[in-house]
Design a protein around this ligand. Structure first.
Ligand SMILES: [Zn+2]
Length: 609
């Protein structure tokens, strides 16, 4: 009987306790020592302040986590319905590594969670970190990029990707706190805070109140770098700069769609280098094309803060090497690499002078490397994901090749500056696979008869005669057969989309998506029935693990299977962000309002904003 009860208890633990979300940080949270975070307990009913009892390792929370009770009599939902009382403390810190058990009781309700507060090495291992993230980067994207860019003879690749030579490797679990499936917000947030969170959330735990900007915060990597070091911070992306991945480096919101607010958060952290798209959220509403609903002019504000501005590749060249760079090259996402470099489709006609990821990475390194204290640079190949959603596999692979060339730039920098840790990873995967080739020379009237499988696949015949590392054309006669595992109803054309990015499905008046008739008459096209809900316009993310690779000082921390939140720990260790020393010129007493030092054994750290 006893063993059966134990087995039952174990199975409950495996499925996750239903009420665990009411203490934040959640059970099994890992917290950087000395890092400020918000503490919240959500009671399921209205309780009286004097019946609340919360302890941290047996000690009253007001002593253990700092001053104040933080009692909230009642929280309400968006309709004003009462949800219960809460305790909320902002900006508490724990100064000593160890296991911390938090117990909360009020009336008959009782919660218990355990956190691990971790320290780091006292001395940094690396001066610089270059963290390169291919959004949606899956194993198939890598394989396809290698086959397309380097070719293959006799079953052996004719060349290697830059990312193939990073010597440390780990499989990374990407799931969110509320679902196995995931998005670019919670995934990058886990990398950049060490805390897993809910789908769509950035730098916060998701609480129950409707406001998106009041959720319990955790410190981002850029904030920790600011608090503990004098290093510079850089962001380089091909999406909007306020999109989920770059936002996760600096921002705190339950809704990744709060893009106007994310620009304000970007401004408060002020990364020294900001390069990408998304200018529409920087412009005051009076300016045509602005997506702001206020009169704030962030272009002017950044300029006043000493930033040199660039809006195209020529201007980027002109400001190269300046200390603070703001490059906004598109109102939205930059165009796909295939369109920018070869096809000139999408919005390239309107914005013909967009720089690529490689140029932007070079400019960022040129600027950031002038700081003798070092830097953290995040580079995102953003549009690998953006092309994978609409099942536009050639565009996704071309962006993967561009991303790999940015990895090559990082590796060249590392060769000259060996105190640099280079990390290459994805945030989540897509359900794409390479299954063989599509060979126009195979017999048959139907295009599906031209799909070469097994021995009939042979090898693709892409060519790179100009030696730029990209195939000279993607519509060769024996091309990769790339297919997705999921999607809406759509026509499979078995061909690259040369006339512009693929739009597989169109929305009906009823809100569902149907196959886009535009591709119906492409010779040999077949209708593929969707296998996901009809209100999904495109393919969705996969839950499959991501492969992370790394090289340089600290890279030995990456191995086996890791959660995305564990990756933060290796990054924090490389920079010694948990070190007890006080930053040399950080003036004392700059703790932000409400921030209180926690734990009896004060580490003597002096936080700065
Ligand atoms: Zn995506």
């Amino acid at each position: 009987m006893r063993s059966r009860l134990l087995a039952l208890a174990a199975s409950v633990a495996l499925s996750g306790a239903a009420d665990a979300a009411t203490v934040m940080p959640l059970d099994r949270a890992t917290i950087l020592v000395g890092s400020p975070f918000d503490f919240k307990v959500e009671f399921e009913a209205k309780v009286k302040a004097d019946e609340v009892r919360i302890t941290v390792n047996g000690e009253d929370y007001r002593t253990a986590l700092g001053a104040g009770t933080g009692f909230v009599e009642v929280e309400t939902d968006k309709d004003g319905k009462e949800l219960g009382s809460a305790v909320l403390l902002r900006g508490v810190r724990i100064a000593k590594p160890g296991r911390y058990t938090v117990e909360a009781t009020a009336g008959n309700d009782r919660w218990s969670v355990t956190w691990e507060v971790f320290g780091t090495a006292d001395a940094p291992k690396a001066r610089n970190i270059i963290f390169l993230l291919g959004d949606g980067l899956s194993v198939a994207h890598r394989t396809a990029a290698r086959l397309m860019a380097k070719g293959m003879t006799g079953g052996k690749a004719n060349g290697r990707l830059a990312m193939d030579d990073l010597d440390r490797m780990a499989f990374i679990g990407t799931s969110a706190t509320d679902a196995v499936a995931t998005d670019s917000a919670n995934t990058m947030s886990a990398y950049m805070t060490g805390h897993k969170t809910a789908v769509n959330a950035l730098g916060v735990y998701a609480d129950r109140t409707p406001a998106s900007l009041d959720d319990p915060r955790v410190e981002t990597f850029a904030e920790a770098v600011r608090r503990q070091t004098r290093k510079s911070v850089g962001l380089v992306v091909t999406s909007e700069i306020e999109d989920a991945t770059p936002a996760a480096v600096v921002a705190h919101t339950r809704r990744r769609a709060d893009k106007a607010e994310i620009v304000e958060m970007l401004f408060s952290v002020k990364p020294e280098v900001i390069l990408g798209g998304g200018s529409a959220y920087f412009l005051p509403r009076a300016v045509p094309g602005s997506k702001r609903r206020d009169d704030k002019d962030f272009i002017a504000l950044f300029r006043e803060a000493g930033y040199a501005l660039a809006t195209d590749r020529d201007e980027l060249q002109a400001i190269a090497g300046r200390d603070r760079l703001l490059g906004l090259f598109h109102p939205g996402n930059l165009d796909y690499a295939l369109d920018r470099m070869q096809l000139k489709k999408g919005t390239v006609g309107k914005f013909p002078r967009q720089p690529g990821l490689v140029e932007m990475t070079r400019a960022a390194l040129d600027s950031l490397s002038r700081n003798p204290d070092g830097f953290f640079l995040m580079v995102e190949g953003s549009c690998i994901d953006k092309a994978s959603h609409p099942l536009d596999w050639e565009r996704a692979v071309f962006d993967t090749i561009e991303f790999d060339q940015a990895v090559a730039v990082a590796r060249q920098f590392q060769a000259a500056h060996p105190d640099t840790l280079v990390v290459v990873t994805g945030d989540h995967t897509h359900g794409m696979s390479v299954i063989g080739t599509i060979n126009d020379d195979l017999p048959g009237d139907e295009m599906r008869e031209k799909v070469g499988t097994y021995a009939a696949a042979g090898f693709p015949n892409y060519e790179d005669r100009d030696g730029d590392g990209y195939p000279d054309r993607v519509d060769v006669s024996r091309r990769l057969a790339l297919f997705g595992t999921n999607g809406p109803d759509h026509y499979e054309t078995f061909r690259p989309k040369l006339d512009g990015p693929f739009e597989p499905a169109l929305k009906t008046q009823g809100g569902t998506y149907v196959a886009n008739d535009k591709y119906k008459d492409v010779p040999g096209a077949v209708l593929v029935k969707g296998n996901i809900p009809k209100d999904e316009e495109s393919g969705v993310h996969a839950v499959d693990d991501v492969v992370l690779q790394a090289a340089g000082p600290g890279a030995e921390g990456f191995k086996g299977y890791m959660e995305e939140s564990d990756v933060y720990r290796v990054l924090a260790d490389a920079f010694a962000l948990g070190a007890t020393r006080t930053v040399a010129n950080s003036p004392a007493g700059q703790a932000s309002a409400g921030e209180a030092s926690a734990g009896k054994a004060s580490a003597g750290k002096t936080p700065s904003k």
